[in-house]
Design a protein around this ligand. Structure first.
Ligand code: ADP
Length: 369
């Protein structure tokens, strides 16, 4: 499996916050810089006016803007609105000349993460405001992501549920027609079989969606998991598929990891199940589960000898409801891998693949970064 690599990179923990200070008054800027200097976790870029501030925010890395509302081009909340309209992805702490709670409240309503009056700036209040603003911003982004996910899943689920339900209705009508002829014909039995398959698909889809939606609410357990024993349990759940596909599942001795046993069972079941399901014609599937140590992490690999995945599809498969052209004829909802990705990410880990079309695929994942 030489090519088609999508390697993960553990995300680097950022320790220094890149601040943009938008302040035209030299004395106030000095006061701010002095207060910020007492803790070493910030790097400050200064802008004297809004035009320069917007230019910097668009071209440089800015993690938080500290915005004075009285600038040469604009004063008051208009300054904030103009900044947020142009740079919606930069969190803002508003600086006000005097401690006006109403103004502060209006600024928060417009989208500021916090407000600071210049009278009150001390190293302590500044540090607190920066940290709270960054945390609020993180929570806001998470909430927006969940909302976008929910809207996306909602509309896709509605769309995907309609087709098997339509089929159920159609097959039921055909059975009715056949039975009205007064005898149970071969066609009626065939329709009944197709109806059962469509019902099964709807049930699986609803089950997968339920799994996905409950993930957001469930807190992740951190228990010791022995992946080798978990693979044995998964094999029992997949006994029917293993028999049907004439497949083999092998697991090497793997060290214990910490995670949520129920969720990890789900991940392994999906990956092993896919390895059995997406096999090549005439080649009995063999799925191997093993582990390695990389950068202090236990990386688990689920390898199959199946149809493989084209390099350019390697990101698409983790998106909900995406099924590749060669999955035609194999049952599935297109949700399995997106659920796996969400579970792994909820554990602070990553999942990625290496694959060669026509030879097989390796799914790799680790839990904590
Ligand atoms: P499902 O299997 O229900 O379609 P998944 O989210 O598990 O949904 O997988 C998405 C798609 O990725 C599958 O439809 C298939 O096209 C492809 N895929 C997943 N696993 C494999 C694999 N081991 N080998 C080849 N293709 C795979």
């Amino acid at each position: 499996m030489a090519n088609s690599i999508q390697a993960p990179r553990a995300s680097k923990k950022v320790s220094t916050v890149e601040l943009l200070l938008v302040e035209d008054n030299e004395d106030h800027a000095e006061l701010f810089t002095l207060a910020a200097r007492s803790f070493s976790t910030t790097r400050i870029t200064r802008a004297n006016n809004l035009t320069d501030a917007l230019q910097i925010a668009r071209t440089k890395k800015v993690e938080l803007a500290i915005l004075d509302l009285g600038l040469p081009e604009t004063v008051g909340l208009d300054t904030l609105s103009l900044f947020l309209d142009s740079c919606p992805s930069v969190p803002v702490v508003v600086l006000t000349a005097i401690s006006d709670l109403n103004l502060g409240e209006e600024a928060l309503k417009l989208g500021a993460m916090d407000f600071l009056s210049k009278e009150e700036i001390t190293p302590r209040t500044l540090l607190r405001s920066i940290r709270y603003a960054l945390e609020r911003w993180t929570q806001k982004c998470k909430l927006e992501d969940s909302l976008a996910d929910l809207q996306y899943f909602g509309s896709m689920a509605a769309h995907d549920l309609v087709s098997p339900l339509d089929a159920i209705q159609g097959f039921a009508q055909l059975i009715e027609l056949e039975l009205s002829k007064g005898q149970s014909t071969q066609e009626a039995w065939e329709c009944l079989d197709l109806l059962k398959k469509s019902a099964h698909r709807s049930i699986t889809l609803v089950g997968d969606l339920h799994k996905l939606s409950s993930l957001g609410r469930k807190s992740i357990e951190r228990l010791e998991i022995r992946p080798t024993s978990l693979v044995s349990e998964v094999c029992s759940s997949l006994a029917e598929l293993i028999k049907e596909t004439k497949g083999t599942v092998e697991a090497s001795e793997m060290p214990a990891v910490r995670g949520d046993p129920g969720l990890m069972h789900h991940v392994l079941q999906n990956l092993i199940g896919n390895g059995l399901k997406y096999s090549r014609d005439g080649v009995d599937p063999v799925v191997r589960v093993s582990s390695s140590r990389e950068d202090g992490l236990t990386v688990i690999c689920v390898e199959d000898n199946g149809i493989g995945i084209d390099d350019k599809e390697s990101n698409r498969i983790f998106l909900p409801f995406e099924r590749l052209a060669d999955s035609q004829g194999k049952t599935g909802t297109g949700l399995g891998l997106s659920i796996c990705k969400k579970i792994i990410e909820a554990h602070g880990g990553e999942i990625w693949i290496e694959s060669t079309k026509g030879e097989g695929t390796r799914f790799y994942f680790h839990l904590d970064c």
